[in-house]
Design a protein around this ligand. Structure first.
Ligand SMILES: NC(=O)c1ccc[n+]([C@@H]2O[C@H](COP(=O)([O-])OP(=O)(O)OC[C@H]3O[C@@H](n4cnc5c(N)ncnc54)[C@H](OP(=O)(O)O)[C@@H]3O)[C@@H](O)[C@H]2O)c1
Length: 272
């Protein structure tokens, strides 16, 4: 084989096979659904006629005061499933649950994440960095979504058109880092972005109709942002409902060609 032919063959091999996609089945999932943006995504999708079933995960022991009444109202249309994304046993049980869901899941939004938790606050400077806290942020914000995606993939058929969105954050963009601070949260979202890009590359061949993306939801009025809202410019803090409808619009508009991208809430691309 000539060198030119070898290059051509390699280039051809890199073009993913486009398979005719299987139809949507109206099943969606929100991970981290009991409050904040996840809860708003549950409410918004339950209002949509096209959503036949919604799987909503919550961390065992979480406050279910908002989800429980929705479950009573919607019956089997809303399936509440326990999942701690930083717990291997919980991920294994979740994986077995997903394998029992015949027909796969059209859209999964991973909304679980932490900025602060018991004993964890965003670091103002390097002196505030603590190895245990940094590992915890990576376990929940970076490894958690990758493991959740890993649990989802075996439950999807190769031809299936599906979307996996991980909620990332603008502060995870290295090129946008002008202020410093927030070492753990920032880096955990940067690692998440790299996981998403790497997974999307691998899935281009294994699941050619999949869209796997990281999305920045915009600064949203939730418990996560509450302690830091004083520094948000007027008009730049959005309600969870506004954010949910923007994320759903981004999902509606994306296709497989955007798989592996870091996308802003307005649909524009965020530089790494
Ligand atoms: N709000 C913003 O301004 C903003 C901006 C940029 C990016 N984001 C990202 O958007 C996502 C959602 O944020 P939010 O504002 O909705 O936060 P939030 O109101 O604090 O809600 C976080 C959700 O994640 C869940 N969670 C935390 N650790 C978990 C774990 N180990 N396993 C499973 N679930 C877990 C929480 O469950 P519990 O109730 O059990 O704690 C809760 O349901 C996060 O990834 C965040 O980084 C938010």
């Amino acid at each position: 084989m000539t060198e030119r032919n070898a290059v051509y063959t390699l280039a051809r091999a890199k073009v993913p096979a486009r398979l005719p996609p299987t139809d949507s089945n109206g099943v969606r999932m929100v991970i981290g659904a009991n409050r904040g943006i996840g809860l708003a995504l549950v409410r918004a999708q339950l209002r949509s006629q096209g959503v036949r079933q919604l799987i909503a995960t919550y961390r065992p022991g979480a406050d279910l005061r908002a989800l429980a009444p929705l479950s009573q109202h919607h019956g089997s249309r809303l399936d509440l499933v326990p999942l701690d994304v930083a717990d291997d046993g919980s991920i294994a049980r979740f994986s077995r649950y997903l394998l029992r869901q015949k027909g796969g899941i059209d859209v999964t939004i991973h909304a679980a994440g932490i900025l602060h938790e018991d004993g964890i606050e965003p670091e103002k400077s390097f002196a505030d960095c603590n190895a245990a806290n940094l590992k915890r942020l990576f376990a929940v914000n970076s490894v958690g979504p990758l493991m959740a995606a890993g649990a989802l993939l075996p439950a999807q058929s190769r031809k299936r058109r599906f979307t996996f969105v991980a909620l990332s954050a603008m502060v995870g963009s290295i090129s946008d880092n002008r202020l410093g601070g927030w070492y753990g949260y920032r880096a955990s979202k940067t690692a998440l972005n790299q996981f998403i890009k790497t997974l999307a590359n691998e899935c281009r061949f294994k699941y050619p109709n999949a869209s796997i993306v990281a999305v920045h939801p915009g600064t949203t009025d939730t418990e996560l942002s509450r302690p830091f809202q004083r520094s948000v410019k007027p008009g730049k803090l959005y309600s969870p409902d506004q954010t949910a409808s923007r994320i759903l619009k981004v999902i509606e508009d994306i296709d497989q060609d955007q798989s592996g991208q870091f996308i802003n809430w307005d649909g524009s691309r965020i530089p790494w």
